[in-house]
Design a protein around this ligand. Structure first.
Ligand code: UGA
Length: 449
C-alpha cells in the first residue's frame, strides 16, 4: 500500500519506518530539510531502541523515502497519516501545525481526482477531526469528506523506549472513521498485523487515546495518594500494601496455576510522580476541554494536583534528617522522566533540583543517559558526576528519582564507605529497605513509627 506520513517526529518516524518494514511503500514528509537529509542517510533524528537498524533496512530497500515536498508525497498515496506536533499551550493544545498541514493537503486534494484517506495520528482533543480538520480540508479543497476523500483518526499507543515493539506488536488498533470506506482503507494498513481492530467514529477514537493515558496517570496519582497516607499514618509501608493489592486475581490472574504479572501493575506503585511528553500534557488538555464543555473533571484535576506536589515529598523526607539544606552536598540519581530514555520533559528531577538549589544545597546529578545538558532545563545549575560512585562520594544525602536498573548496585556498605553521612532517599521505592540500616534509608510512602 502507498502511505504518506506527514511529520517525522517521534510518532511519524516510528510509524513510517515500521509500516515500511511491513512491506508498505512509505514517503515521509517534513518541513525541516536537515531531518529529511538524516532520514535519507539512515540516521535517526531521535533516539529510540531498534530504530536505526530498521531505518537502514527500509531506506536500503527503497521502502521508505523522505522528502520536504508534500505534493510529491501525496501523489500516489492511498492513506495520508498526519503526525505533526500538538503541544499543550496555555489552556489548550496548539493546533497550528494540524491547521497548516490540513490546508496544504486540502490544496493538493483540490487538484487531484484520486481518492485518499486523510488520517490524523497526532493526539487531538475529541471533536478536532470531525469539526476543525474536516472543515479546513473541505474549505481548502472545495470537496466533501466521506464522498471525495476519506477521513479517519488512528491514535498511537507508543511508549518511549518501547515504541518499535509497541508498533510492531500492538495491543489494539483503533480506527475512527467518517464512513466505512475510510475505515476499510485504513484497515488495509494493518492487514499483516495480528491485532484486534476497533472501528469507531472519529471523536470516540480521539477519546480512547485520552482515556488510556488518563487511566494510567490516575493509577499513578492514586498510588501516590495511598503512599502519602501510609507515610502520614506511620508504620505502614506502601510497598507491602501494594504487594497485597496486586495479588487480587483481577489484577494478576492465575492461569494454569501460574501467576501472571501484567505490566499495568507497575503503574500501581508509589513514587515521585509521572512526567514525560504525554501524561501531563494529555491529562491537562482533556481537563481544560472537558471544563469548557461543562463536564465535571474534578478527579482528573486532582490527578494533576497530586502529581505536581509529589516530587516535593522526597524533600520532606530529606528534611527529616536535615531541616536546613543550605550548603549541604546532595546527589540526585536519575534525571530522565523514566528509565531507558534521554527525555527530561516534565521529569520530577527538574522540580527536585530546582527546589534543592533554591534552598541553598550544592547539587550533583548522575543519569546513565542524560548528561550536563540537564542544566538547560532547570533554573540554576548542578554539577555532573560521571558514574554512580562519584555521585555518592562525599554527599550528605542522595536521592533516587528515576527507576534505572543501574541504581540497584547501591547498598549500605557503599554508602557507609563513600558518603559523609549515609542517607538515601528512594523516590522510586526500587531498593529493598531491609538491606539498609534504620536511619539510613527513607522511601516514599513509608515512615517508621
Ligand atoms: C505513555 C503511554 O504509556 C503510551 O501508551 C502512550 O502512547 C504515550 O504515553 C503517548 O501518549 O504518546 P510514555 O510517556 O512514553 O507513554 O511513558 P510511560 O512508560 O507510560 O511512562 C509515563 C510515566 O509513567 C513516567 O513518568 C513513568 O515514570 C511512569 N511509569 C511508567 C510508571 O509509574 N510505571 C511504569 O511501569 C511505567
Amino acid at each position: 500500500m502507498k502511505i504518506a506520513v506527514v511529520g517525522t517526529g517521534y510518532v511519524g518516524l516510528v510509524s513510517g519506518v515500521c509500516l515500511a518494514s511491513k512491506g508498505h511503500n512509505v514517503i515521509c514528509v517534513d518541513k525541516k530539510q536537515e531531518i529529511v537529509e538524516k532520514i535519507k542517510n539512515s540516521i535517526p533524528p531521535i533516539y529510540e531502541k531498534g530504530l536505526e537498524e530498521l531505518l537502514k533496512n527500509v531506506v536500503k530497500n527503497n521502502k521508505l523515502i523522505a522528502t520536504t515536498d508534500i505534493k510529491l508525497a501525496l501523489k500516489d498515496a492511498e492513506v495520508v497519516l498526519i503526525a505533526v506536533g500538538t503541544p499543550y499551550q496555555g489552556d489548550a493544545i496548539d493546533l497550528s501545525y494540524i491547521k497548516m498541514t490540513a490546508e496544504e493537503i486540502g490544496k493538493i486534494l483540490k487538484e487531484s481526482d484520486r481518492y485518499m484517506v486523510i488520517t490524523i495520528k497526532s493526539t487531538v482533543i475529541p471533536t478536532t477531526t470531525d469539526t476543525f480538520v474536516k472543515e479546513i480540508l473541505e474549505k481548502s479543497s472545495g470537496k466533501k469528506a466521506g464522498i471525495d476523500f476519506g477521513l479517519a483518526m488512528n491514535p498511537e499507543f507508543l511508549r518511549e523506549g518501547n515504541a518499535i515493539e509497541d508498533f510492531m506488536v500492538p495491543d489494539r488498533v483503533v480506527i475512527g472513521a467518517i464512513d466505512d470506506k475510510s475505515f476499510m482503507t485504513v484497515k488495509k494498513v494493518y492487514e499483516t498485523f495480528e491485532v484486534p481492530i476497533i472501528q469507531t467514529n472519529l471523536r470516540t477514537a480521539e477519546m480512547i487515546k485520552y482515556t488510556s493515558n488518563s487511566l494510567l496517570a490516575t493509577m499513578i496519582s492514586f498510588s501516590n495518594e495511598i503512599g502519602n497516607t501510609c507515610a502520614q499514618i506511620g508504620g505502614i509501608d506502601v510497598r507491602e500494601v501494594m504487594n497485597g493489592v496486586h495479588l487480587d486475581k483481577r489484577l494478576s490472574p492465575v492461569i494454569n496455576k501460574k501467576r501472571i504479572t501484567p505490566g499495568l501493575l507497575s503503574y500501581i506503585e508509589a513514587g515521585c510522580g509521572f512526567g514525560g511528553s504525554c501524561f501531563p500534557k494529555d491529562v491537562k488538555a482533556i481537563i481544560a476541554f472537558a471544563k469548557k464543555q461543562g463536564a465535571d473533571v474534578s478527579m482528573l484535576s486532582e490527578v494533576i494536583n497530586i502529581n505536581e506536589t509529589q516530587p516535593t515529598k522526597v524533600l520532606d523526607l530529606l528534611k527529616k534528617s536535615y531541616p536546613n539544606l543550605k550548603n549541604l552536598n546532595i546527589g540526585i540519581l536519575g534525571l530522565a522522566f523514566k528509565p531507558d530514555t534521554d527525555d527530561t520533559r516534565e521529569s520530577p528531577a527538574i522540580k527536585v533540583a530546582n527546589s534543592l538549589i533554591k534552598e541553598g544545597a550544592n547539587v550533583t546529578g548522575y543519569d546513565p543517559i542524560v548528561k550536563e545538558e540537564f542544566n538547560e532545563v532547570i533554573d540554576g545549575k548542578i554539577s555532573y558526576a560521571n558514574d554512580i560512585k562519584t555521585l555518592i562520594n562525599d554527599k550528605d544525602a542522595i536521592i533516587i528519582l528515576t527507576r534505572w536498573d543501574d541504581f540497584k548496585i547501591i547498598n549500605q556498605e557503599m554508602i557507609d564507605k563513600l558518603m559523609k553521612k549515609p542517607i538515601i532517599i528512594d523516590g522510586r521505592r526500587m531498593l529493598n529497605k531491609k538491606d539498609f540500616k534504620i536511619g539510613s534509608y527513607f522511601g516514599i510512602g513509608y515512615s517508621p513509627r
